[in-house]
Design a protein around this ligand. Sequence first.
Ligand code: G
Ligand code: G
Ligand code: MN
Ligand code: NA
Length: 243
Amino acid sequence: HRRRAAMLAGVADQRFVAHLQPIVDVRTLAVAGVEALARWERGDEVLSPAAWLPLAEESGLIVPIGADMLRQAALVHDRHGLAVSVNVAPQQLTDPGFVATVEQSWGARPWSALTLEITEGALLVTEEVLPALVALRARGARISLDDFGTGFSSLARLVDLPVDELKIDRSFVQALGTGRGRAVLAAVVELARAHDLAVVAEGVETPDQLAALAGLGVDHVQGYLLGRPSPEPRARAVVELPE
Ligand code: G
Ligand code: G
Ligand code: MN
Ligand code: NA
């Protein structure tokens, strides 16, 4: 209860802060947008979701935390003109006020600059989450299937869902060193193409991974090689294109 009270106070004091990680065009390395990743700035500590997300979900506080992330995403768009991707928890999607919360946060901003990241698991657990996604997508928001490939679901089923983008989990990027890993990703990219889905690869840490992903034809890349999450977005990726 004490941890829950501390978390509630943190929400009220707006201590859950969006750190921003660049999402980069795989060919030009231009910054195409940023992912907002929540950090709890508690005293001198900066706590990653691993330290507090389970309790936030258990207590339901992920709903107001998520609403505050949407508020911050809109400010990021205003300040930097960037497209922003926001992680959305299943509990937010099933909350009756969610569509109105997103509409109020994003207001008259261009809807194509807002991407909502939903995990594959969340989307498949219950069809209950679909109406909110359909409504927000009709508004113009983009829907991204986060951690794609970790959910053991059939690809055929996934592409029938209301999604615009596949965000390939970093475990697949790590497997790129092997011929088999490369073949799996090639199949995913082909599937995405066939269904007009954009492809983002996350967890890109090495130049070899970046080159392989460019070769496979993904659209965007994200990872420590391109830039770590930080409170202020950077204007360009940290790596340089080879001459
Ligand atoms: O930023 P980091 O790698 O520590 O994130 C760890 C996990 O927490 C990731 O799965 C990420 O999707 C999740 N996460 C980060 N920010 C948010 C958020 O604002 N809302 C939700 N629901 N999950 C988030
Ligand atoms: O599940 P989701 O994709 O939202 O999680 C993003 C998480 O991955 C964030 O916690 C972020 O800090 C982390 N992350 C981002 N880039 C890298 C990377 O290159 N390597 C690793 N190991 N983690 C990363
Ligand atoms: Mn994400
Ligand atoms: Na992910």
